[in-house]
Design a binder for this molecule. Structure first.
Ligand code: BGC
Length: 742
């Protein structure tokens, strides 16, 4: 058997030269082997040994035992003819052993830097297990909270998702891919997966090309620009063609328009599922469809392994196409430095859950929590004034549940729960009593409710820890009813003692409809699933060690029937306004058809959500003033500077996320009523005033127009700066073309 020859000459040659040379030595079977990813799932090495030795496996998914990984690599490197190391793939979605907030929570930080840091920490921990490829970030635009995978997303907005997706990629891939703690990232799921009908996972999507290009594709373009190593196809069907066989997406957009030269991997068995979709007749036809569309590697399923050679022999697939695909796979392996360093020595990498990683997890959680409501400023609580505190609810002390979905490797023993953190913070001076009241968030038993009420009555304040367990969100975990599950709303009503502050901390993988509990609660902190250090962050926020600073990355509906509801909707020809709202109970049965203004709203829900995109309160009081535009008009190609004055009129230092929106008033295709264009997290001490300036090059105003391409159309625009998408601080400007001026 030929042993690998990693001589210095090979090391110093360019990636493409090395890939070309290797490819020249490969048999067709070895090439097809590289395109095959198999599942390990902890079954050890023996069932894979023969296939790796014969070069029939290019990648293994779901093996994280470092000794097993090293042995698999050793077999590949020492016992296969060409010694090509393996890509070891794993879903490192929001942390590894140390768990960061779910991506939707990370999105609520509006902080690319903390997202990058969190991914960096996750990459270091995962790399210590021999993982060199993660299937993240998920950058599917998600406007439907019923969809379980909204938890894995960065929410509803293309600009925010683009910025955070790129940051996460930079975090995983590090400064240089050859770093021992760098792992290849994968932008998924290309494309449109989040638009599944009725928020039911895997359901078909119906996205017109204009919407696809203006909303769903930009984050993927940003990922490509950020140098992402790989892209995963979606399970879903786009305009009748499942993404895994969609040439328009994979060839026209990704390769031809964007020049992406990284690796495209299918989703789990999604090649063979083409037949289940009803697109192909059998696995062989599925392999043909996927390979022709441009899927380089098949994630489990083995239809490539079993059918590609035959398809090539029959002349239905050109071997040069296979060469290009295998080159892309090899390029990732060479770029990661796997040929030089196929093995992992965990002792050369930072320790798992070290102090820096825990601090990153705490900071990320801290910035992700959104203060939705704070009547009479009941928060922060004061440990000096409080003598007793009731802590109630199924999620106050649930180390696993605070981690959220996709935590294959997350270690719940590291979790700091809110109960523990609160006791550590104030337990000496305040009498803290705890009643779980419900076994799980879904329980339908109220036998502990009286006891919960009792401690609420006997305490100065009550904090309820509510929401949904990890298992209620994530892949294939969609809900049609997104109220607080089980008897939680009853529990809220039971313990809400008039005259005493009742605060809810809600942990969930999605926006929940909170309409039925809102009025019973004085304050709500929305904590998503905050991860390992969630409890510590929550305790600091409750007691004012820090001010909340998260902002919603997704709109909260009042009720399910409003979905999809998102801030950057179209105006319609009959936009609603506050005057057109009506109370359904008071409608006269014989009222004329036109009496409610004939606009785009629901009789029973109005047109406004419960909480808007970008919303999030603070313990500080931020005032925005003096919106200034450097010029009332700019030429195409120039940059507009927009600034506003921000003052902290409160009594505490706090972070604020300043948001900049625009509206393109007239377009060749209708434009949204608002579009986020930039944002910045700033920190102001009490009394401080800061001018925050955004630069808007006209490129940022581009959209996919009626003519087909990306255009910036001259004309009138509005621009807003503020702390929510509802801000009223507005200016106007015009974009002019050189001919306008002449
Ligand atoms: C998911 C992917 C994931 C893959 C591997 C699939 O079911 O859709 O997002 O990366 O499994 O675990």
């Amino acid at each position: 058997m030929n042993k690998p020859r990693i001589d210095q000459d090979i090391v110093t040659r360019s990636v493409d030269q090395r890939v070309g040379e290797l490819l020249g030595r490969m048999t067709l079977a070895e090439k097809i082997g590289q395109m095959n990813q198999v599942h390990s799932d902890g079954a050890g090495v023996d069932h894979l040994r023969g296939s790796i030795q014969s070069g029939r496996i290019g990648s293994v998914i779901n093996e994280v035992d470092v000794e097993t990984v090293n042995e698999l690599q050793r077999i590949a490197v020492e016992e296969s003819r060409l010694g090509i190391p393996l890509l070891i793939g794993r879903d490192v979605i929001h942390g590894f052993k140390t768990v960061m907030p779910i991506p939707l929570g990370q999105a609520a930080t509006w902080n690319p830097e903390i997202v990058r840091e969190a991914a960096r920490a996750a990459a270091c921990e995962a790399a210590a297990s021999g993982v060199n490829w993660t299937f993240a970030p998920m950058i599917d635009i998600s406007r439907d909270p019923r969809w379980g995978r909204i938890a894995e997303s960065f929410g509803e907005d293309a600009h925010l998702t683009s910025a955070l997706g790129a940051a996460m990629i930079r975090g995983f891939q590090g400064d240089k891919l050859t770093g021992r703690d760098s792992i290849a990232a994968c932008a998924k799921h290309f494309a449109g997966y989040g638009a599944c009908e009725s928020g039911r996972d895997y359901a078909a999507t119906n996205i017109p090309e204009n919407e696809l290009r203006n909303v769903y594709l930009p984050p993927f373009k940003a990922a490509v620009d950020a140098g992402v190593c790989s892209v995963m196809t979606s399970f879903s069907d786009l305009d009748g063609v499942p993404a895994t066989a969609n040439e328009f997406l994979l060839q026209q957009v990704l390769r031809d328009e964007w020049d992406f030269d990284g690796l495209v991997v299918s989703d789990w068995d999604s090649v063979r599922q083409l037949a289940i979709h009803g697109l192909t007749e059998n696995d062989k036809a599925s392999a043909l469809a996927a390979v022709t569309a441009g899927v380089d590697m098949e994630m489990v399923g083995e239809s490539y392994l079993h059918h590609l050679a035959e398809l090539i022999n029959e002349g239905r697939v050109d071997e040069s196409m296979i060469d290009a695909m295998v080159s892309r796979i090899l390029r990732v392996k060479v770029s990661l430095g796997l040929f030089e360093h196929p093995y992992t020595d965990p002792s050369t990498l930072p320790a798992i859950a070290n102090a820096d990683v825990m601090e990153t997890a705490r900071k990320a959680a801290l910035q992700s929590v959104v203060l939705l409501k704070n009547d009479q400023q009941v928060l922060p609580l004061s440990s000096q004034q409080l003598k007793s505190l009731a802590i109630i609810g199924p999620l106050a002390d649930a180390p696993y549940e605070q981690l959220g979905t996709w935590v294959f490797d997350g270690d719940e023993r590291l979790s700091v729960t809110p109960l523990r953190a609160i006791c550590d913070l104030i337990g000496e001076s305040v009498n803290v009593r705890y009643v779980r009241a419900m076994k799980t968030s879904r329980s339908r038993a109220s036998d502990e409710f009286d006891e919960a009420q009792q401690i609420a009555l006997e305490s100065d304040a009550t904090i309820l820890f509510l929401g949904e367990e990890s298992i209620l969100s994530g892949e294939a975990h969609c809900r049609a009813d997104i109220d607080l599950p089980g008897d939680q709303a009853d529990l809220v009503r039971h313990v809400a003692v008039p005259g005493k502050p009742v605060i809810a901390v809600i942990m969930a993988g999605r926006p929940l409809t909170l309409t039925n509990v809102l009025d019973h609660l004085d304050a709500i902190l929305y904590a998503w699933h905050p991860g390992t250090m969630g409890g510590a962050a929550i305790a600091d926020l409750l007691f004012g060690v820090e001010s909340p600073s998260g902002k919603l990355p997704v709109t909260f509906p009042k009720m399910v029937g409003q979905i999809p509801i998102y801030y950057n909707q179209k105006n319609t020809g009959k936009p609603p306004s506050p005057e057109t709202t009506v109370n359904i109970d008071s409608i006269d049965a014989r009222a004329p058809q036109t009496s409610f203004g004939m606009t785009a709203f629901h009789l029973d829900a109005g047109y406004e959500p419960l909480f808007v995109f970008g919303h999030g309160l603070s313990y500080a009081e931020f005032e925005y003033r003096k919106l200034q535009l450097e010029s009332p008009q700019i030429q195409l190609g120039d940059t507009l500077r927009v600034s506003a004055e921000l003052t902290n009129r409160g009594e505490v230092a706090a972070d604020e996320v300043v948001q900049c929106y625009i509206r393109d008033l007239i377009g060749s295709v209708t434009r949204p009523v608002k579009e986020l264009k930039d944002f910045r997290r700033v920190r102001l001490v009490p009394g401080e005033t800061r001018e925050v300036t955004f630069e808007l090059p006209t490129d940022k105003l581009a959209f996919h127009g009626r003519g087909g391409g990306s255009v910036v159309e001259p004309g009138a625009f509005h621009v807003w700066v503020g702390g929510t998408s509802e801000t009223e601080l507005r200016g106007e400007f015009r974009v002019i073309s050189p001919t306008d001026e002449a």
